[in-house]
Design a protein around this ligand. Structure first.
Ligand SMILES: [Zn+2]
Length: 80
């Protein structure tokens, strides 16, 4: 995950020792960004969104929940 200082503070993500200039993956701003492996972050905005979706879907059928879980697997595969 590559993110700027603003996003680091906003999402309470750790600042990394390795920093380089580029486009933030979170807000798209071009700035000095922290380069941290996704596995070191507790959650990404995408995960947050999917987790909320799952909670909302809880009252629905098992099929809906399974579809939401499939989506999580795809997102986790993308961010890692
Ligand atoms: Zn940013």
């Amino acid at each position: 995950m590559f993110y700027c200082e603003d996003c680091s503070k906003k999402n309470k993500w750790p600042a990394s020792l390795a920093k380089s200039y580029g486009q933030c993956e979170c807000c798209g701003k071009t700035a000095i960004c922290n380069d941290v492996p996704s596995c070191q972050l507790s959650e990404t905005p995408a995960m947050d969104k999917v987790m909320k979706q799952i909670v909302e879907d809880e009252a629905g059928s098992d099929e809906d929940l399974n579809a939401a879980l499939d989506e999580v697997v795809v997102i986790v595969a993308k961010v890692q």
